[in-house]
Design a protein around this ligand. Structure first.
Ligand code: RRO
Length: 314
């Protein structure tokens, strides 16, 4: 490593500012160990529930030109399995994050209280934005429920706590959520989850690409980057500095990471591109970010974090 790519994340050291988004390739111990061996700055587990879940029927994850659509439906091994994995990940000497997505407030409370006693877990990312559980709306689109969930989580889990948000598209919605988040004593937000309920069509077979929910699913990939960037930028403007921001959405290159940090991200996560390329992606992205920083004469991330300028009017 030539530049200093490290991040102080609520007192945790991330050696690189990028790691996996919760979802792709982070469900089994083997997958989590592969993240440990990679150049990812942290290890994040698949969103977990109280009990093991098989998830939705296949096909449920399909790549298309520049992106992906998924309706996995929260397949995971149940939180107790992840608790047993975390102790086996300590040797990689990087922060361990657990994503939690219980199906009710009381499920989340049980999981979080148990995680609070785990000696090797460093942080929790509470998922308020899964778009794919049949019959369960995305919590973070309902501010009142989100507020209750976050307040409960704060009481149940005293450690480093963040929430994973869906994309917002209206300034009034950003302001409503920012008010709740500012009053909630959490350490970070992650934005954005895959924009929910997109539809991708195969014109040859005249079918949807995925089966569950009539073909509707969360969209990842290049098309969502403008919304990932806007959500990071807007929340950075509205939230106190004490809340750090992880950017997600459409990151394929070191240049994409650079753009997110320019918009105010403290760190970033990679979903679709990680699924396509595997754990080797973190080495490539590190090299690309390093080269770009050298080209621009930046030696550390603080040199350009949150420094985006508005283009002059003509
Ligand atoms: O498992 C999923 O279907 C899923 C989840 Br929990 C999520 O948060 N985001 C997503 O795109 N898929």
């Amino acid at each position: 490593m030539i530049n200093d790519l490290s991040v102080d994340f609520s007192g945790l050291e991330l050696k690189t500012p990028f790691f996996n988004a919760s979802g792709p390739l982070c469900t089994t111990l083997e997958e989590l160990q592969a993240l440990g061996q990679s150049n990812a700055g942290a290890i994040l587990s698949k969103s977990c529930t109280l009990e093991l879940r098989d998830g939705n029927q296949s096909p449920r994850y399909v790549d298309f030109e520049g992106g992906s659509i998924n309706s996995m439906g929260l397949p995971n091994l149940g939180y107790k399995a992840y608790e047993s994995f975390f102790s086996q990940l300590v040797r990689f000497e990087k922060p361990i994050f657990c994503s939690v997505s219980g199906l009710s407030i009381s499920d989340n409370e049980i999981i979080l209280k148990s995680l609070a006693n785990h000696p090797h877990l460093n942080a929790v990312e509470l998922n308020l934005s899964c778009p794919n559980v049949i019959g369960k709306p995305q919590i973070a689109y309902d501010p009142e429920t989100a507020q209750k969930m976050i307040a409960m989580a704060r009481r149940a889990f005293p450690g480093i706590l963040g929430v994973k948000l869906p994309p917002y598209f209206d300034f009034s919605h950003f302001e409503t959520m920012a008010k709740i988040l500012s009053q909630s004593d959490i350490q970070f937000i992650t934005c954005i989850n895959s924009p929910g309920n997109g539809l991708v069509v195969d014109p040859v077979s005249e079918t949807t690409l995925i089966h569950p929910k009539g073909g509707f699913g969360g969209i990842g990939g290049k098309g969502v980057k403008p919304f990932g960037l806007s959500n990071v930028r807007k929340f950075r403007e509205l939230l106190p500095k004490s809340i750090q921001i992880i950017g997600v959405g459409g990151i394929f290159t070191g240049m994409d990471v650079f753009e997110y940090i320019l918009c105010g991200a403290d760190a970033v996560q990679i979903g679709t591109a990680f699924m396509q390329e595997g754990p080797e992606i973190y080495k490539r992205i590190e090299t690309e970010l390093n080269d770009l920083m050298i080209h621009k004469s930046y030696s550390k991330l603080e040199d350009f974090r949150n420094q985006l300028k508005i283009v002059e009017a003509k």
